[in-house]
Design a protein around this ligand. Structure first.
Ligand code: UDP
Length: 240
């Protein structure tokens, strides 16, 4: 592995949106290919990569609840959406020669392995990209919290929070407020104190309690994942 790699084992958090492309909904195979190529580049550097994929491009539990569904039931539908995304990403990665394993938090043995922590670590050591699907397997949580949980379990060096079209954490929405300031560095406590919309508070607390660095960056700029793992300062780094 090259000496200039800062983060040797990472959890890459991809929101469902990252797989949807311009249509903003569903799965867009050309977009998947683009994301897969970015991941392949980092993988080729010898970085151990696990991916937690969201499901917001298809379904969010809170939306179902607002429309009258029971929250837990709606959340299980969201978890199933993340599994569809994981299989799509697996297809894109394997299509360009990257060996992968999908592990689901809800057993679905015909299509993926069940989540087994030690087995996931073994896959990483063997150079496979591990895709964690199904979130935590429990309702009322998010895939951001899943990323924090899996990062702790995998003993990852960092969570790479890939955003769509946003290059870091701002004091306000930069699309609405011309005075919005981009932060280069923050602590997890800053995120909680300032109510910055990076990840939900459960995910932030989990990252803080387990001292997991988080890098927020723009997925849409080619080469950004490579820059982040090398420790080049792009986006916002959240530590402490
Ligand atoms: N979800 C859940 N438990 C989890 C992870 C996800 O219930 O541990 C459900 C929840 O309904 C959520 C949906 O799955 O809205 C999709 O996940 P998320 O919103 O985190 O996806 P993203 O915004 O990253 O695309």
């Amino acid at each position: 592995m090259a000496a200039d790699i800062k983060y040797k084992r990472v959890v890459l958090k991809l929101s469902g949106e990252a797989l949807a492309g311009d249509q903003g909904f569903g799965i867009n195979p050309p977009e998947l290919k683009t994301v897969a190529k970015e991941i392949k580049e980092v993988h080729a550097m010898g970085v151990q990569i696990c991916i937690v994929v969201g499901g917001g491009n298809m379904w969010r539990g809170v939306t179902g609840e607002k429309l009258g569904m029971e929250r837990a039931q709606a959340d299980y539908i969201g978890m199933l959406a993340t599994i569809m995304n994981a299989l799509s990403l697996q297809d894109a990665l394997e299509g360009i020669g990257v060996e992968t394993r999908v592990q689901t938090s809800i057993e679905m043995r015909q299509i993926a392995e069940p989540y087994i922590r030690r087995k996931a670590i073994r896959h990483l050591e063997k150079g496979r990209v591990v895709i964690f699907a199904g979130g935590t397997g429990s309702p009322y949580f998010s895939t951001d919290t899943t990323a924090a949980l899996r990062a702790a379990e995998m003993n990852a060096d960092a969570i790479l929070m890939a955003k769509n079209g946003v290059d870091g954490v701002y004091s306000a929405d930069p699309k609405k407020d011309p005075n919005a300031k981009k932060y280069a560095h923050l602590t997890h406590m800053d995120i909680l104190d300032k109510h910055l919309h990076v990840m939900d508070s459960t995910a932030s607390s989990m990252s803080m309690d387990n001292h997991i660095p988080l890098v927020v960056f723009n997925l849409n700029t080619p080469g950004n994942i490579v820059k982040v793992v090398k420790g080049e300062h792009i986006g916002t780094t959240i530590e402490g």
